[in-house]
Design a binder for this molecule. Sequence first.
Ligand code: SF4
Length: 251
Amino acid sequence: MTFSIETIRQLLAESTNQRRALMEAYACLPHTRCRRQTYCCSLLPEMSLLEALSAIQGLLEMKSEQRSWMSKRLIRYFLLNPVEILRCPFLESNSCLIYPTRFFGCRAYGLWSKKHYRKKAEQSRQAKTLNQRQWQRLGVSLPQEVVDFNVDYCPYVERDGNTEVDDTFLLNTFYFIDTLSEHLLPWHNTFHHQYFSDLSFLLASILFGLQRAVQLKFEVVRHVLLTGDKGRVDQLIDKHDDFLVNLVAWQ
Ligand code: SF4
């Protein structure tokens, strides 16, 4: 089962109520302040399918030029993130371009307890090591500093207001969002298991097709590691202007 423009169109049409409930769930989380603003925006967060659809809806509401530029950034992130530490594609000049609708992962960062955050970081490290081994089986050695890269625990996040927030509250919110996303079964599971909850992978597979996206990523990673040349990646991406425009036309 693979996502296509048509699938996304149907899922957007079917998820209006769930996306509204998602925004209400976000609103229950406290506003935060941090002196290290955007320090944590070092990776595109994992997300549920519902959150990915909400981000795609945000892209559709952008002007064509910005949508085209933003989509290309996400494709570039997908192709190059195994070889380079890239910041989140939604980050521009130390501002989040989708801040009001940013993902649960962004909102919860800094609110988890140190113990829970370390447990999540360890799970992420194990997943990245497994991924590194899979690349190794294909004859590609990923740079160790990229594999090891992780955003450390942040002790500087301050909450506004009096909302009580602990790990249980955050986990309940996470499960609530996941349950909303489960309304989109079986696609919810497909996005999680086959696309690794990665919006950049979803968009790349819409643009190139799933198999071709994976093949291109392999070719790009191997080429960049061998030559250090990323020019071909930019050429490859620049050919595709505003590939989400067909979804805009439907709206
Ligand atoms: S979506 Fe926004 S807040 Fe979240 S990591 Fe990206 S730039 Fe940061």
